[in-house]
Each structure stands twice: as structure tokens, then as C-alpha cells.
Ligand binder design. Structure first.
Ligand code: UT7
Length: 330
């Protein structure tokens, strides 16, 4: 019998209704629509309503992905949530989403923290577990409520991020030639402190003083991260294409992590691809970390940007500093 492939059977996404525009931000702090647009390409971002949790957003994206796949929650036996903003330090948000959706109690459920590369890491993990033959159908969710860990007094970071969710249902399909062709994952742990949350973990538990300093919020050295992001995403894309004997021109659609339009433009230039080969929605959502790629992937599919037989390249970079790329044939 021909070997099985791990195939994305359905995708879904969810963006909270609340829109925060650049002009809204300019009313609160010293910034401008012009600065944010020209430096990042972002026009607006979504912000979760009070009481709207990461588990709620993740469950909505997952329900849409299940509907797209024509499957039920009871079909799922593996649930992985990529997030840096879990509802709670414990238990895993995957267990909360399991409960919201009615995924069976014999499903494996866990969270994965690879920041903005989280969805590609989770997809690779799910595909490896499915290929083991011990699991049949996986839900892979990338979801963030970054508005909860932003320092709204730090204009160098708060204008960049937003909230949202995306999900994919993955299953084994016999000998189709479709599905995940391969991944290339990695990390620069020596640069962890370029993009981090200094307090609130076990190394530095939150104190009233750390909270006053905003040490439980995202801190980033933007320029250094920018340079490393371009280098790592370019390498991750180039290496996976080489591994599979493909030229960038054979990629119908690139789904890059949506952090900054200038980063995406630089990668397009390095890969010698026209910018319209990239799916871009950073203008409407900002950087939603682990949600960024599945949200873009779902929008790309639903808008007809991905057709049967196409090869899509996913490529991401984030805190860790992690990076990853994946090739998918549809
Ligand atoms: O998810 C993965 C990881 N994250 C990223 O990929 C982010 C990577 N980094 C970036 O996208 C860019 O570095 C930023 C968008 C964060 C910043 O752009 P930049 O071109 O590197 O600007 P900069 O940090 O060098 O700042 C330029 C100027 C500074 O003023 P001076 O020192 O030149 O007078 C900043 O104080 O812009 C100022 N500035 C702002 N001005 C208006 C910084 N933030 C703002 C702001 N509004 N929001």
C-alpha cells in the first residue's frame, strides 16, 4: 500500500470584533498612522473583548476548521495549541478548548510555545504524531491574546501586536501526494533576550515592583530582531526549497509570518519572487504571533489564493528566537 500523507483537511479562523486603528493609538500616545504604516504596514489590529479568552477564540477557529473538513469534535484524538498567551499558566489551554468543543477525553491535548513560529512547530508535531499511526485526526490551533501582555505605555511594541486565532484539521490520507512535504525548524536560543517577557515565570515571579516596571509585558529590541528575522526566514525558506529540489518560482503562494510588511518585502526580494506571490494581511491584524500563519492560511484558502495541486510555503520567525518553514502541496 502507498504510504499515507499528512494532509490539511480543513482550516478556520477567528478575529475578535474590536478594531483598534492607528489613529485610535495616536490619540493615546505619541505616534502616528504615518509612522506605523510606513515602518510596519499595519493599519489596524483586532483586540479581544474583556472576558473573551484565548480558549474562546481558539475554539471558534477550531469549530470553523472542523466544519470546513466536514468532521466533528468527536473525530479528534490529538489537539495542539500553539500560544504564548494561554488562558492560565496551567492547565494547558488545549484542555480548556477540548472541553469547550467536546473533543473526547481519550484525545492527547497540550500547548506548545514557539511564539510566532508556533503554528509551524505544532503542525510538524501533529504530522509526526499522526505518521506514528497512534493518532488519526489532529486539531492544530494558533491563538493569541497579545493585548493582554502588551505594555500600552511602550510605543515601540504596543503598536505592533493584535489578537486572533487560526486552526487546521490534519489527517492521514493514503498515497495522495498532497499534504505536508516537509519542514525546517530551528532556534537561536543565544538571542532569547532580544524578544521576551522578563518576569512572571519561575525565574522571576511577578512582584508588585515588577508589575509597576511592566516586566510581565513584551520587551523587544526591534532593530536586532528585524535583522535576525529576515536572515532566519530567508534561510529557512531557501533550505526547505533546496531539500525538496524546488525553485522559489514553483511556489504558488507564500504564507509568511505577518510581523512587518518590510520584513516580508525583504524576503520576497531575497527569494526573487514578486510581492504578489505572498499572502499579506498584516495591514488588518498586525502581528498575532502563533495565530498569524493559520489566520493568513485560512484567509488565503477562502479567498481562492490556494488551488488544488499548488505548493504553499509557510515561513515564520519569533521569540526564542525560533524559526521555521513548511511546504504543503494541496
Ligand atoms: O514577531 C516577530 C518579531 N518581531 C518583529 O519582527 C519586529 C521586528 N522589528 C521591527 O519590525 C522594527 O524594528 C520596528 C517596527 C519595531 C521599529 O522600526 P525601526 O525602523 O527599526 O524603528 P526604530 O526602532 O529604529 O525607531 C526609529 C524612531 C526612533 O526615534 P529616534 O530614536 O530615531 O528619534 C523611535 O523612538 O522611531 C521612534 N519610534 C516611534 N515613533 C512613532 C518607535 N516607535 C514609534 C512609534 N511611533 N510607535
Amino acid at each position: 500500500m502507498a504510504p499515507c500523507s499528512t494532509v490539511i483537511l480543513g482550516t478556520g479562523s477567528y478575529a475578535p470584533a474590536g478594531i483598534l486603528s492607528n489613529d485610535d493609538l495616536a490619540k493615546r500616545m505619541e505616534t502616528s498612522d504615518e509612522w506605523i504604516r510606513t515602518r510596519t504596514g499595519i493599519r489596524e489590529r483586532r483586540i479581544a473583548a474583556p472576558g473573551e479568552n484565548v480558549s474562546d477564540m481558539g475554539a471558534k477557529a477550531a469549530a470553523a476548521a472542523l466544519a470546513d473538513a466536514g468532521l466533528k469534535a468527536s473525530d479528534i484524538d490529538l489537539l495542539i495549541v500553539a500560544t504564548i498567551t494561554p488562558d492560565l499558566p496551567m492547565p494547558a489551554t488545549a484542555c480548556l478548548i477540548q472541553n469547550l468543543l467536546g473533543v473526547p477525553t481519550n484525545a492527547a491535548c497540550f500547548d506548545l510555545n514557539a511564539a510566532c513560529s508556533g503554528f509551524i512547530y505544532a503542525l510538524d508535531t501533529a504530522c509526526a504524531m499522526l505518521s506514528s499511526g497512534r493518532y488519526k485526526k489532529a486539531l492544530v490551533i494558533g491563538v493569541e491574546k497579545l493585548s493582554s501582555i502588551i505594555d500600552w505605555k511602550d510605543r515601540t511594541t504596543c503598536v505592533l501586536f493584535g489578537d486572533g486565532a487560526g486552526a487546521a484539521v490534519v489527517g492521514l490520507v493514503p498515497g495522495s501526494g498532497r499534504g505536508l512535504l516537509g519542514t525546517r525548524l530551528g532556534a537561536y536560543g543565544d538571542s532569547a533576550e532580544l524578544l521576551w517577557i522578563p518576569a512572571g515565570g519561575s525565574r522571576t515571579p511577578a512582584t508588585p515592583e515588577s508589575i509597576l516596571r511592566g516586566d510581565h509585558c513584551i520587551r523587544m529590541k526591534g532593530k536586532e530582531v528585524f535583522k535576525l528575522a529576515v536572515r532566519a526566514m530567508d534561510e529557512a525558506a531557501r533550505e526547505i526549497l533546496e531539500q525538496h529540489g524546488l525553485h522559489s518560482d514553483q511556489i504558488a503562494c507564500v504564507i509568511p509570518h505577518q510581523a512587518n510588511l518590510r520584513i516580508i518585502e525583504a524576503i520576497a526580494q531575497y527569494l526573487e519572487l514578486p510581492i504578489d506571490r505572498f499572502f499579506i494581511n498584516v495591514d488588518r491584524y498586525g502581528n498575532t504571533s502563533a495565530a498569524s500563519i493559520p489566520l493568513a492560511l485560512d484567509e488565503a484558502r477562502r479567498s481562492g489564493r490556494i488551488k488544488e495541486g499548488d505548493i504553499t510555503l509557510l515561513v515564520a520567525f519569533g521569540a526564542g528566537l525560533t524559526y521555521g518553514s513548511a511546504l504543503i502541496r494541496w
